[in-house]
Design a protein around this ligand. Structure first.
Ligand code: UGA
Length: 444
């Protein structure tokens, strides 16, 4: 089957490459000429483990190519995946102008039955909107069907997630479209992956409700962590005790500096906005949005307390800038709030991240970017761990101690055992743990 994937951003690129790997003929179309030229040379503009290999293999085998011309790509395709951006507007609602432009082009170039599939996270009702635009724009009498097929990929493990998903959601009431989607995903059907087939609106909502629920879990455990600090309880043990209940499950119960990325913050706000547009207050999601902001801000206070209440004139080594490990993505990363808070308080920041420094530097040129964790620690008054990259989990403590002015670590991802790290001679602060509380009491 010939497939056109519109948008070669994160979702589009992974989807296109993996569908080519499923044996489809895929053309990825993007209006960014530089990006497309780079992709044609097999240069991948994003950091995603394993993606380069899948792209290269499928380009070499002739199943994957990239271009900028949308019209011919639409005409040749039987299935068109829309994977363009849906950025947040200032009020939190999703800006659909890119999706609408693509729908218009599809209408202009419709030359036979095609399915039009939304991969981007789009507000409920977008499928109908796309259907209406195509119907209004097309001059012929061609049939088409709009399908919602939301994406559940996580950055950093996107290839594995695509090949081995928990489920595939297909939203359409057109049997031809459903059959084509089942064909496209046949390698997953063979592997017994569950398929949820429903109408477009339900599929669209499954995506928002899933991200909203996961974001709620993260905010919930972050609030529990805060409470633990007041009570002298240990959030890691509380999370384990909760997560062993199979109705709760252990995942997404890791406390930290708040959730970031291109999805949870945007989708949580969008759920609130969608509900408001339909006359409802989605109170839990409203709280999740507020709790996440408060969590990020609380981290700056925590760091300030650890640095004896005064950040002015201090040098802080920040390890980790991306919103999570294994990605260079800094969108809504808690590290942004942290670095901003440190700089506003008069501290200097020396930072290291294995992948995200280039992106961070664009907005934060006043930060000093270092070659590695030890370089960042050299001469600093303490370390803040903001992202749980693997390499930050096994730092050479003795070496750090020699390099730092004061042996102080504020670990916002709970990577270390408080007792062990204190035994190594460090002042150690973490999130919601007994040790963190004891340390604060001693300081008081
Ligand atoms: C998320 C979802 O997990 C994917 O299923 C979905 O497809 C994707 O959004 C999307 O809508 O495109 P992603 O944003 O890549 O994926 O990242 P996650 O691994 O879900 O993490 C999101 C944020 O929550 C990160 O800032 C992470 O540090 C934080 N988090 C996650 C925690 O603080 N604690 C946890 O226990 C889990």
């Amino acid at each position: 089957m010939n497939i056109c994937v519109v948008g070669s951003g994160y979702v589009g690129l992974v989807t296109g490459a993996c569908l080519a790997d499923f044996g489809m003929n895929v053309v990825g179309v993007d209006k960014d000429v530089d990006k497309v030229e780079a992709l044609q040379r097999c240069e991948i503009p994003i950091y995603e483990p394993g993606l380069a290999t899948v792209v290269r293999t499928n380009m070499d085998e002739g199943r994957l190519r990239f271009g900028t011309e949308l019209g011919p790509a639409i005409e040749q395709a039987q299935a068109i995946f829309i994977a363009v951006g849906t950025p947040s507007r200032p009020d939190g609602s999703a800006d659909l102008s890119f999706v609408e432009q693509v729908a218009k082009s599809i209408g202009e170039h419709l030359n036979g039955f095609k399915i039009v599939i939304t991969k981007s996270t789009v507000p409920i009702g977008t499928g109908q909107k796309i259907d209406k635009i195509i119907r209004e724009v097309q001059t012929g009498q061609h049939e088409f069907a709009v399908v919602s097929n939301p994406e559940f990929l996580r950055e950093g493990s996107a290839i594995g997630d695509f090949r081995n998903p928990d489920r595939v959601v297909i939203g359409s009431v057109d049997q031809r479209a459903i059959d084509m989607m089942l064909d496209i995903y046949s390698p997953l059907r063979v592997a017994d992956v569950p398929f949820v087939i429903t109408n477009v609106e339900s599929a669209e909502l499954i995506k928002y409700a899933s991200n909203g629920f996961l974001a709620t879990k993260v905010s919930f455990i972050n609030e529990v962590a805060h409470l633990c600090e007041r009570l002298g309880a240990d959030v890691e043990t509380v999370a384990r005790g909760m997560g062993l209940d199979t109705r709760i499950g252990p995942q997404f119960l890791h406390p930290g500096p708040g959730f970031g990325g291109s999805c949870f913050p945007k989708d949580s706000r969008a759920v609130v906005q969608i509900a408001l547009e339909h006359g409802l207050h989605f109170q839990i999601m409203e709280s999740v949005v507020a709790v996440n902001q408060a969590t990020k801000e609380r981290m700056v206070e925590k760091i300030s307390q650890a640095f004896d209440g005064g950040l002015k004139g201090k040098t802080v080594a920040v390890l980790g800038l991306s919103f999570k490990p294994d990605t260079d993505d800094i969108r809504e990363s808690p590290a942004i709030e942290i670095v901003k808070g440190l700089l506003d308080a008069g501290a200097s920041v020396r930072a290291f991240d294995p992948a995200a420094m280039e992106a961070f530097r664009e907005d934060w040129p006043q930060v000093e970017y270092c070659d590695n964790s030890y370089d960042a620690a050299a001469g600093a008054d303490g370390i803040v761990i903001a992202t749980e990259w693997n390499q930050f989990k096994a730092l050479e403590l003795r070496r750090l101690k020699e390099l730092l002015k004061r042996p102080l670590i504020v670990d916002l991802r709970n990577l270390y055992e408080p007792a062990k790290i204190r035994a190594a001679g460090f002042d150690y602060f973490s999130v919601g743990r007994v040790g963190a509380q004891q340390e604060q009491r001693q300081e008081a």
